[in-house]
Design a protein around this ligand. Structure first.
Ligand SMILES: CC(C)[C@H](C(=O)O)[C@@H](O)C(=O)O
Ligand code: SF4
Length: 477
């Protein structure tokens, strides 16, 4: 007898893609079904476009909104937003959500927060889903084992109107991080080390699946940090196979399947979406976890990243003329000279927050460093929790007191200094130790100088007034 042909091994991307593919066009584009559409206060143009065509959102029940980019972090009242444009952006989200029956976590709601923090927090983002949002850091939600990616505002409008999206299937790339992370090394350092290895365009056209023992041993929140920055490696999305850590995280959340049959069936389904053991990826890369040190960026691209015990590099040592020029420009903007020890760079500001590192574990790890210490004189340090619930949780643990007593500002949830579109910025020439995900020219304000790092490293910068190796503080040196 001829044995039945074995079905071809599939990656997690293949499986989620196949489950959501409605039809394929001759040019290779697939019409994908979108399970969940997350929206934020930048959606005014999408709603205007819909209205101009007399269309309505197709599936308001699968659409969830929260204002984050334009909200102040020192007050929760929309009417009091000083700038008319920002107020209008937030109002547009409120009015359109109300008109169409879209679930909205509005500014005064304790569940409000950065869209990529509240999706997982509410249990809205689940394994096996397709999740989109007109925001590049939608890759965050892939940490739950979802296919989650950012789209442009025109595509987001199509999703609002049809709950579907035309997409070309990306290539697959698997990144293994194997072994144990060293003392003081966090998920943020893992993703910075990955980008250092593959480059900021290293994953263009690919969906990254993170795998290996070091990834498996990360908490859900650490995984969210890693997947969040997939886009900074150029990837279309990042994902991690769902496992017990994932299920334990999702279980019991507001929008998670309810306990009992529904939950059991969901876990059974979710358990099948991991890549098959013999699945073939277009590319594979491996990192040794033990080689990763706490990282900081010194320039204006994610390429410009180094271990904290390193030095500002010399552009003369660059491999290409183009890189030399890029490095020289970055150093001029950052006000740094080659050869300076990274740990000698003084900072003016510290920002702990963002969709990369604004969750409770991030605040805990920063507070553990800050405890019993004070913000260095002359440094202005902020904590901006990723959501109202993160803020509440931190307060119930007394973390707010640790931060405040040390001299930090303890603020409300929003994107804030990550990007500054809410009017909160770093002044020109000022240097900021930041837990966010982009160090681009002008990212935190015109002329602002950003150094990216983990929450515990940012805490170390706050109390020492310079970029500092957090391991020395943790060891009590
Ligand atoms: C404003 C938004 C579209 C943007 C993004 O796409 O990522 C922002 O969130 C960012 O981080 O730069
Ligand atoms: S926190 Fe920063 S990266 Fe995240 S969505 Fe807001 S602006 Fe974008």
């Amino acid at each position: 007898m001829i044995p039945a042909p074995r079905p071809a091994a599939m990656t997690m991307l293949d499986k989620i893609w196949a489950q959501h593919s409605i039809l394929e066009r001759a040019d290779g584009q697939t019409l994908l079904y979108v399970d969940t559409h997350l929206i934020h206060d930048g959606y005014a143009p999408a709603f205007e476009f819909l209205q101009a065509r007399q269309l309505r959102p197709r599936s308001p029940k699968q659409t969830f909104g929260t204002p984050d980019h334009y909200v102040p972090t020192d007050g929760r009242i929309v009417e009091r937003i000083a700038s008319a444009e920002r107020r209008d952006m937030v109002q547009s989200l409120v009015e359109n959500s109300n008109d169409y029956g879209i679930t909205l976590f509005e500014l005064a709601d304790r569940r409000q927060g950065i869209v990529h923090v509240i999706g997982p927090e509410q249990g809205i983002s689940q394994p096996g889903m397709t999740i989109v949002c007109a925001d590049s850091h939608t890759s965050t939600h892939g940490a739950l084992g979802a296919l989650a990616f950012g789209v442009g505002m025109t595509q987001a409008t199509q999703v609002l109107a049809t709950q579907t999206l035309w997409q070309r299937k990306p290539k697959s790339m698997r990144i293994f991080v194997e072994g144990e992370l060293g003392f003081g090394v966090t998920a943020k350092d893992v993703i910075l080390a990955i980008i250092r290895k593959i480059g900021p365009a290293g994953a263009v056209g690919h969906v990254i699946e993170y795998a290996g023992s070091a990834i498996r041993s990360l908490s859900m929140e650490g995984r969210l940090t890693v997947c969040n920055m997939s886009i900074e490696a150029g990837a279309r999305a990042g994902m991690i196979a769902p496992d017990e850590t994932t299920f334990a995280y999702v279980r019991g959340r507001n929008y998670a399947p309810p306990e009992g049959d529904a939950w059991d069936r969901a876990v059974e389904r979710w358990s099948k979406i991991a890549s098959d053991a013999d699945a073939v990826f277009d590319r594979e890369v491996t990192l040794d976890a033990g080689d990763i040190a706490p990282m900081v960026t010194w320039g204006t691209s994610l390429e410009d990243v180094a271990p904290i015990d390193g030095h500002v590099p010399d552009p003369d040592g660059a491999a290409t003329a183009e890189r030399r020029e890029g490095m020289s420009k970055a150093l001029a903007y950052m006000g740094l000279s080659p050869g300076t020890a990274l740990s000698e760079i003084r900072v003016d500001r510290v920002f702990i927050g963002s969709c990369t590192n604004g969750r409770i574990e991030d605040l805990r790890s920063a507070a553990a460093v800050v405890k019993g210490r004070s913000v260095h004189p002359g440094v202005e340090a902020w904590v901006v929790p990723g959501s109202g619930l993160v803020k509440e949780q931190a307060e119930s643990e007394g973390l707010d007191l640790i931060f405040r007593q040390a001299g930090f500002q303890w603020r409300d949830a929003g994107c804030s200094l990550c990007l500054g579109t809410n009017g909160e910025t770093v002044a020109a020439g000022e240097r900021c130790a930041s837990t966010s995900n982009r160090n681009f020219v002008g990212r935190q304000g015109r002329g602002a100088r950003t150094h990216l790092m983990s929450p515990s490293m940012a805490a170390a910068a706050a109390v020492t007034g310079r970029l500092a190796d957090v391991r020395q503080l943790q060891l009590g040196e």
